[in-house]
Design a protein around this ligand. Sequence first.
Ligand code: GLA
Length: 349
Amino acid sequence: MGFIEVFGHQPATDASAPGRVNLLGEHTDYNQGFVLPTPLSYNTRVEASAMDGIIEAYAENFSQRKVRGLQNAKQGDWLDYPAGCVWVLRQAGYQVPGARMHLKSSVPIGVGLSSSAALEVATLRALRRLFGLDFDDVTLARLAQRAEVEYVGVRCGIMDQMVASLGQPGHALFLDTRDLSYRLVTLPRGYAILVVDSGIPRRLAESGYNTRRTECEEACKLLGVKALRDVPLQSMRAVNGLPEPLNRRARHVVTENARVLEGVEALEQGNVKRFGELMLASHQSLKEDYRVSLPEVDQLVEICIKHGAVGARITGAGFGGAIVALVPEGEKELFCQGVTKDYPAAKFF
Ligand code: GLA
């Protein structure tokens, strides 16, 4: 059902935002490091009009309509995301009396492609237009992250909201999460970026994610730095001297930051082969040191390489979910057939 069918009148405005896949730089954003995500062609569209005192929304994906008062806390459902956006704008001092919204998304949910950031950014864009609010796209990403952390209650970094807000199709967003400076990097011509879902649900993703964050904070204390971003590759002896498992966690973050810097250089020099190697090295590090992969996902990465990917790695928070593979455009079909034969549960996005 569309907006008019649900609410009986036209929406005043609409906006959309994409899902994302991260090419390199995993679990670095909450360590003030570097990331390299790219927006996907899947997106979330929000149509909106003003209301007084309530948030009312219809989610086309669930055929559900929900209403909430402006003062109400989160309920653990999909309305938390748009409600969190209204909440954060009011917290930040913007005049937002309430809203009625229609939500529709083609971003696969629960695979690790950031359907939540797409929904937050699309909602904030719609509200910005609806109420004529004056803030830029970086501020919008910060507000979206704050809605997720403080209202929804997920301790995420800023990568997903930044790429949903500032990413451009055909480009990766090279982002320094410390000061939010960024640069667009053109993706290699003649290569497809494929997301391959392992079909393994992301088990314990939230608690595992929070444990990793705490481990990184402990490693910082022992190393005497503000953030793991401040540890150069040359300090690997100090990193290796940390107690288990902090040595592994810190080693991943320090080497992953270096891989992003080298990866951007490789892309800018057209060295796709090197970029692929860095993706594989990232997977190895996420598997051995950060320990956020699973045997099935490791197997899927190997299968992707066997069938022609120049690089492949687990992407997003991990603990199951999807991998990202870089595949020569001309070999896409054969690649998908080969992977499906060896891993029948694989789904391609
Ligand atoms: C999730 C979080 C991001 C980031 C990744 C891991 O997607 O939302 O902020 O930390 O995990 O790189």
